[in-house]
Design a protein around this ligand. Sequence first.
Ligand code: PGU
Length: 406
Amino acid sequence: MSDSVFASVVQAPEDPILGVTVAYNKDQSPVKLNLGVGAYRTEEGKPLVLNVVRKAEQMLVNDHSRVKEYLPITGLADFNKLSAKLIFGANSPAIQENRVTTVQCLSGTGSLRVGAEFLARHYHEKTIYIPQPTWGNHPKVFTLAGLSVKTYRYYNPSTRGLDFSGLLEDLGNAPSGAIVLLHACAHNPTGVDPTSDQWEQIRQLMRSKELLPFFDSAYQGFASGNLDADAESIRMFVADGGECLAAQSYAKNMGLYGERVGAFSIVCKTADVATRVESQLKLVIRPMYSNPPIHGASIVATILKDGDMYTEWSVELKAMADRIISMRQQLYDALCARGTPGDWSHIIKQIGMFTFTGLNTSQVAFMTKEYHIYMTSDGRISMAGLSSRTVPHLADAIHAAVTSVA
Ligand code: PGU
């Protein structure tokens, strides 16, 4: 037999985030704990399907008028309208003036990719500024779409807070027209968000320099437990009448991870521009995956259009957000009780699904080897993967890591 024509293909490394789950799955230890991927778990450590999602699915199954035809290239029309309302607000003038185009995409990642491909084809400035650090997939998505990626300062490790002056300076030095990726809330991986006042300053700076905001909204409702509060940053940028882009994911806030349901919107200056923009988005999507899947979007639309189901969803979402906040407190208390050296108050101050612990790569490797705790090598832990039962184990591991590994 001759060699494979692919004989020279080299083994690629695992993904820095999803690869953590691969390693976790191979571990046979009964105490193993996966705090890598940002996916919600219950107090029992189990994945959660929201009751309201089960209910919506049941309604869809029982409705025999439903068929499995192709959706349009832009997806389910109801879903798109309701998604725009969810993120921009029910009374958004931009929506009323038909200046918003929204297309259904493959969760947050697919929305970012479609948006980036559109910008690479139709926007004059090809540089996108992303925060340092950011979600590990951002640079890859934007680069592959044909944009050139630069970073702006975001996080100050010594304060474990926002490097606000660094951020303003870097955006201030960006070329006019550059695209700026902003995490709408619950910044991943740092858990550090600007305050409302800081957002306002960012907005003024960006508008004065004509920088184009591209919001990644993967955690609406997960930061504060309130869907409107978590969209405040985006709504500030839409309220000034300027243009902006937004990628929405329903993976976390509806627990629809594997359904791959999300939306990409562009807020334009006029309805006429929005119509033409949408026609071009179709040309981006059609050769990529033709049209999006129907099931997840139908679940979301069913929930968003029914007042009672919407309320039920927001209650379940709040419960998830609250459980995460309580895990922060429990972990903080457990470290204080152990007298673990260092200031751990950032655990309770940070926002959203993750704590950016400040643990270094060697300490993370130690915790994985000795305690079977899996997390990303940058020291990020998914608080959503933690429970009252597993907090002591994690606190023991962190204590041992900081006292024995430099
Ligand atoms: N944007 C941000 C900021 C994210 O954190 C994530 C998911 C996404 C977009 C994409 O999510 P979709 O599932 O495509 O809607 N980040 C998680 C999930 C694992 C991953 O890396 O995809 C994480 O653990 O960072």
